[in-house]
Design a protein around this ligand. Structure first.
Ligand SMILES: *[C@@H]1O[C@H](CO)[C@@H](O)[C@H](O)[C@H]1NC(C)=O
Ligand SMILES: *[C@@H]1O[C@H](CO)[C@@H](O)[C@H](O)[C@H]1NC(C)=O
Length: 451
């Protein structure tokens, strides 16, 4: 049984191959494509001119090569498939060994004159040189196109933005009566296929593709076109790490600098450094954002407000430092005055019944105009001195000196405190204002971004 089947199979294969060689040549001869048949590529391939040529178009997104906000260009890499009917080419596959389709050079037959409205640069990449022709006249052409198109982008929400770019495709000369353009697959299928085929996405994430058909009317003529809308979303991570977070870090550094003491110039220097760092970041922003935009980008508001806050805090520090400086200057002057007064302090003696006590009184004036009157026993009359008494007197003298310096110090401390109270008040008030503004502004702008 098995050898018989084997023999029959051998006979069949041997018989068909020896009977006739099936080449494409005969088919081409039959279609008159080997001779000069330019009529096939000259006109729309219909038997009657009233028949419209129906072209089915399928487009898929392979890759997003670039999206440039500055020049408002969107460069996708697309795959397109065109299917249309050529009424002039048909054959019976039975007559040609069952050949059902043949690949032919593109310039041998008519091809739809599709063009992309948004395209601003001719695609110079090599075209697919072949197309498939089926026995029933259906012609299929596939190609990759690198489209450099314009796309109006709104950068208001940069870097949390979503952009929609249109690619409109239509016939250049054929009106809707002669040329119909239909989508091969619907929006959801095209979206799904694009997601599966997508090679690279880079900074942008492909969300969906919607296909709409529309008619353009111009001087009583109508052209049909298909509009492919690509919705893409920016991946913000890089910009958040590169830009938004560093600004927040600098802001928190600026907030922390409130805990540096005002007395030395360190705080001022620190704040100026932080402000300079922010300015460098602003330069980067200038590189990214396009200059034309009717609505202020949120990121610009974010930067400007934070920059302004830091500037205010710097000005506040300058004011406080100035107050401190004037304080210490007036304080120094006061101390000098006091020293002068001490030298000319009026001393007088009081004569008691048994002892004479020498008194020295000093008048010192504080900044608030309070008079301070100190009376110190200076010395007893030298005449009735005992050795113990002289030691006590020595101690007394030392104590007096100590009290003097102490008083001086106390006075200066007091005046300083009273006048630096204002500085502290300003500091506290501004700190509260600063913290409230930041804690209101930052969440608010992030809510705006995510709306
Ligand atoms: C090819 O040309 C011959 C002679 O001009 C013509 O008779 C024939 O119909 C043509 N074949 C097709 C498929 O058009
Ligand atoms: C465009 O015109 C054709 C022919 O008149 C019509 O069938 C089609 O529905 C029109 N398309 C739109 C979107 O109006």
């Amino acid at each position: 049984m098995i050898p018989v089947v084997f023999f029959v199979l051998l006979f069949l294969t041997d018989g068909t191959s020896s009977e006739k060689l099936c080449s494409y040549r005969e088919l081409l001869d039959h279609l008159n494509l080997t001779t000069d048949n330019s009529a096939l590529k000259l006109t729309r391939p219909v038997l009657d001119y009233t028949h419209p040529t129906v072209v089915e178009l399928d487009i898929m997104l392979y890759a997003i090569l670039a999206v440039m906000e500055k020049t408002q260009t969107f460069i996708p890499f697309l795959w397109e498939k065109l299917i249309w009917n050529n009424e002039l080419i048909t054959w019976d596959p039975a007559q040609f060994c069952g050949i059902t389709q043949i690949s032919l050079p593109v310039d041998l037959l008519w091809k739809p004159d599709l063009f992309i409205y948004e395209m601003i640069q001719k695609d110079e990449s090599p075209r697919n040189p072949y197309m498939f022709v089926s026995y029933n006249g259906r012609v299929t052409y596939e190609d990759d196109i690198n489209v450099v198109s314009t796309c109006e982008m709104d950068v208001h929400k940069f870097p949390f933005d979503t952009q929609s770019c249109n690619i409109s495709i239509g016939s250049a000369i054929h009106t809707v009566e002669e040329f119909r353009l239909l989508p091969f697959s619907n929006s959801s299928r095209a979206t799904q296929f694009s997601r599966e085929w997508m090679k690279t996405q880079g900074e942008w994430e492909f969300l969906h593709l919607t296909i709409t058909s529309s008619n353009i009317t111009y001087s009583n003529k109508q052209w049909e076109q298909l509009v492919y809308t690509f919705t893409i979303k920016r991946r913000p991570l890089l910009h958040v790490i590169n830009f938004l977070l560093p600004i927040l870090f600098f802001l928190s550094l600026d907030l922390a600098s409130f805990f540096i003491s005002d007395h030395r110039g360190e705080k001022l220097g620190f704040k100026v450094t932080v402000l300079l760092a922010i300015s460098v970041l602003l330069l980067i922003l200038n590189d990214i954002l396009p200059s034309m935009s009717n609505k202020t980008p949120l990121i610009a508001t974010y930067c400007i407000v934070i920059f302004a806050l830091m500037l205010l805090s710097l000005l506040e520090t300058i004011l406080v430092t100035y107050l401190m400086e004037t304080n210490s200057a007036s304080q120094k002057k006061l101390t000098d005055d006091k020293e002068d007064k001490k030298k000319t302090g009026n001393c007088h003696s009081e004569e008691g019944e048994q002892t004479a006590v020498h008194h020295c009184s000093y008048f010192s004036e504080t900044s608030e105009g309070q008079k301070q009157h100190e009376i110190l026993p200076l010395a007893k009359d030298n005449r009735s001195l005992q050795p113990a008494e002289s030691v006590l007197l020595l101690i007394l003298g030392e104590l007096r000196k100590l009290q003097e310096t102490l008083n001086l110090h106390l006075n200066s401390r007091e005046t300083e405190e009273s006048s630096s109270r204002w500085a502290a008040r300003i500091n506290r008030g501004f700190f509260i204002f600063y913290v409230t503004t930041v804690s209101l502004f930052v969440p608010l702008i992030f809510i705006q971004w995510h709306n």
